[in-house]
Ligand binder design. Structure first.
Ligand SMILES: [Fe+2]
Length: 286
């Protein structure tokens, strides 16, 4: 099973740009590559900041572009989104008993959990006691089933100071309490929000951040001061990247591909057949 992930599309950042806003161009390029790449995708998860302002028009534009997908699409909220408009644009989206946009399902023996980390008006993450209890109950209900979690906000400190949470924030403690003792069951946590590819750990579980569709955040780990704008680069035009998470019934691995700025320099023809044969022979499969 292949779960594709894209994140932080931010449609509506500059809706009046001519001929088209940059984020929409980048979104189209990402979908084009996702459709053209050779691996059959089973579902696509869009892990929040689907829009920049959470407005109906931007959600409608995004949903219209996603309607071309020949596979199911599931949407998560980010801090720039609104639950109401996400549910309006993606009416099949499941919510929990408290109205949070979080849900879980088992496919091919993998429990896929999608969390809601939105608190309206806040940039950073949120995960209240109600959401914590839902996650704890969901993992307990599926005890013994390997799980993967998708959520917008990474619960880790990356070193990109202006984007990071304070590790003592209550929502991080709430998430940790739901995940305590679950590092055998939860194979990975996949996030967005940081607009860069970043890997870390939380409660003994690997955490990965998929880069954004919208422009990236500069890889600058120096301290930053709100008192002193120092002209450092903050946002870059590094190309969008999507993820393909591969579950084979036993293990979960993640692949990342940039959608542009690269070329094929070798194709598999007869000249490369000896190399492939040799590699098969080494493994005893040839
Ligand atoms: Fe975000």
């Amino acid at each position: 099973m292949l779960i594709a992930q894209i994140t932080d599309v931010h449609i509506g950042f500059d809706p009046d740009a001519k001929p088209e806003e940059l984020n929409r161009t980048r979104f189209r390029a990402t979908l084009d590559r996702l459709f053209a790449q050779p691996n059959p995708v089973d579902m696509l998860l869009v892990t929040g900041d689907i829009t920049d302002r959470g407005d109906r028009e931007s959600f409608a534009r995004t949903a219209e572009m996603l309607s071309q997908c020949p596979f199911p699409v599931k949407a998560l909220v980010g801090n720039h989104d609104t639950r109401e408009e996400l549910l309006h644009a993606f009416p099949d989206t499941a919510t929990d008993e408290n109205g949070f946009v979080q849900s879980a399902f088992v496919q091919e023996g993998l429990l896929v959990v999608m969390l809601d980390t939105l608190e309206p008006g806040r940039h950073g993450g949120a995960f209240c006691e109600k959401r914590r209890d839902w996650l704890a109950a969901t993992l307990a209900k599926h005890e013994g089933t390997p799980a993967v979690i998708f959520m917008h906000h990474p619960p880790i400190v990356s070193g990109i100071e202006w984007m990071d949470p304070d590790p003592s924030e209550q929502w991080i403690a709430n998430l940790a309490s739901a995940l305590e003792g679950r590092s055998d069951q939860v194979l990975a946590i996949h996030c967005g929000h940081l607009h860069r590819q970043i890997v870390g750990q939380f409660c003994g579980i690997p955490v990965s951040v998929t880069p954004s569709v919208a422009p990236l955040v500069s890889m600058d780990l120096r301290a930053i001061s709100s008192d002193k704008p120092d002209s450092r680069p903050l946002i870059t035009t590094e190309p969008p990247t999507y993820a393909l998470h591969r579950w084979d019934g036993t293990s979960l691995v993640s692949h990342y591909e940039r959608v542009s700025d690269w070329e094929v320099i070798a194709n598999y023809g007869p000249h490369l057949q000896p190399m492939i044969r040799e590699m098969e022979r080494e493994k005893g499969t040839g």
